[in-house]
Design a protein around this ligand. Structure first.
Ligand SMILES: C[S@@+](CC[C@H](N)C(=O)[O-])C[C@H]1O[C@@H](n2cnc3c(N)ncnc32)[C@H](O)[C@@H]1O
Length: 164
């Protein structure tokens, strides 16, 4: 029964546009090394899964994080981790990346398929403040090279940094 629920939930993520594949720990470590977070970072992770990346990026207690994922099972697991780690600055929400409000962010993290990234471009252009940093793991944001300012070609996934 639980197995069926979990499998169904993972297929649901897939059906919605991106399978649940975690950012590898190696990639998260590399991101931490190369990015420069603003002092008052407000990070939104679109398609956050169980929230490992967000928890790592929000190690500074002054950093605020919001994770959004369409899959309620993954958000349930993310919230449990949050409780276990007594984290009060990170919130996880069930939601669709195309519908959530991202205007409060000054950092966005995504590990999503190019088709989803392409669909997010008009939202980025409409809602994000000038200067917002966007980190995309694995895939370039189609048609957005003009905003790309740094690429780190590391295995297994390159890291792309954009600024609005
Ligand atoms: C490749 S996983 C990345 C997980 C996490 N960000 C990480 O890096 O470990 C993509 C995530 O996007 C979520 N997802 C797919 N379509 C979505 C949508 N339309 N809205 C919100 N989340 C979505 C999936 O449930 C999955 O957890």
């Amino acid at each position: 029964m639980i197995f069926t629920f979990i499998m169904g939930s993972l297929l649901y993520s897939n059906f919605k546009g991106a399978p649940w594949v975690k950012s590898p720990k190696k990639s998260i470590d590399e991101i931490i090394k190369i990015i420069q977070l603003p002092n008052n970072a407000r990070i939104i992770e679109l398609g956050c899964g169980t929230g490992e990346v967000l928890r790592t990026l929000c190690r500074d207690p002054k950093t605020i994080g919001v994770g959004v994922d369409i899959n309620p099972f993954l958000i349930f697991l993310a919230r449990i981790q949050n409780r276990l780690k007594n984290s009060t600055t990170i919130t996880f929400k069930v939601g669709n990346v195309y519908e959530c409000n991202i205007s409060s962010a000054n950092v966005i993290y995504v590990f999503l398929m190019p088709k989803m990234l392409q669909k997010l471009v008009p939202k980025f252009e409409k809602e994000l403040k000038k200067g917002t940093l966007i980190i995309s793991l694995g895939f370039k944001i189609p048609g957005w090279d003009i905003h790309l300012f740094k690429t780190k070609t590391v295995r297994p996934y390159p890291i792309y940094q954009y600024k609005v």
